[in-house]
Design a protein around this ligand. Structure first.
Ligand SMILES: Nc1nc2c(ncn2[C@@H]2O[C@H](COP(=O)(O)OP(=O)(O)O)[C@@H](O)[C@H]2O)c(=O)[nH]1
Ligand SMILES: [Mg+2]
Length: 236
């Protein structure tokens, strides 16, 4: 399994990457260059089984992490950048919640705005890809209609409208056949996403985490979808 660590500049992506993979990166490392590392997933159930059966070989699950550098419309136009992101199975979006005047951030600390902006970037990238493919398909369909091309055209039209209403592809209704048809595109907004709130170091971690959750206004629904709650402005 491969996970891409994404997020705005200076939110803690590389810090998270280093914690997860125990990688030592030099201070001179180019922040635009992707870091790739592997984290072993410890599982004491596997260790107990190994003790019982004494296998010749024991392989723990591992997760590969790619720290791709800050996201943005420009970055998403770079072949290397988007290439790395398309390859991953899931995205971990690191969100800046910690306040530190020494470390600049795009405006105020506003996790919900950042979530929306990054999601928007992913959707714009997918839209660009869909529009290109639709143009091509339209030309091809004029020359020759095949059921496969027609189905792809219909599906991409639907995906296009869905993205147009500012909803990521992971929230689009799709049959297994639709999913298969789209697989080759490796759309970014279709990938499952995990939000990582970077709330910073504190002796009141529990309280801060609760506050962060309220601030981010996220509700994890039973079906696994993360839905932003209606915005409730803070007092003061
Ligand atoms: N105060 C504070 N600083 C942090 C925290 N997490 C990361 N930083 C600092 O923020 C800066 C950017 O972190 P980095 O992991 O390189 O962010 P990236 O640009 O998203 O890869 C570095 O100076 C980190 O030491 C945090 O939780 N609290
Ligand atoms: Mg970084």
């Amino acid at each position: 399994m491969k996970t891409g660590i994404i997020g705005l500049p200076q939110v803690g992506k590389t810090s998270l990457f280093q914690i997860l993979t125990k990688a030592h990166l030099s201070a001179q490392a180019n922040p635009r260059e992707a870091h790739i590392g592997v984290a072993k997933v410890p599982d004491d159930r596997l260790d107990r089984l190994a003790a019982l059966y004494n296998p010749k070989k024991l392989t723990h699950t591992s997760v590969e992490y790619v720290d791709v550098g800050a996201i943005g419309q420009d970055a998403l136009k770079e072949t290397a950048y988007i290439g790395h992101l398309r390859q991953v199975d899931a995205l971990a979006h690191v969100i800046r919640v910690f306040d530190d005047p020494a470390i600049p951030h795009v405006g105020e600390i506003d996790p919900l705005r950042d979530i929306k902006n990054v999601e928007f970037d992913l959707m714009v990238s997918d839209l660009g890809q869909i529009e290109k493919r639709l143009e091509r398909l339209e030309k091809d369909l004029k020359k020759m209609k095949t059921p496969d091309l027609e189905k792809e055209f219909e599906l991409l039209k639907r995906a296009n409208a869905h993205l147009g209403s500012e909803k990521p592809l992971r929230e689009m209704q799709m049959t297994p056949e639709d999913k298969k048809r789209l697989r080759g595109f490796m759309f970014l907004s279709e990938k499952p996403i995990l939000y990582v709130l970077n709330i910073g170091e504190s002796s009141e971690l529990g309280k801060q985490l609760e506050e962060a959750e309220t601030r981010v206004e996220l509700l994890i629904k039973k079906d696994g979808k993360i839905q932003p709650e209606p915005f409730r402005p803070e007092k003061g």
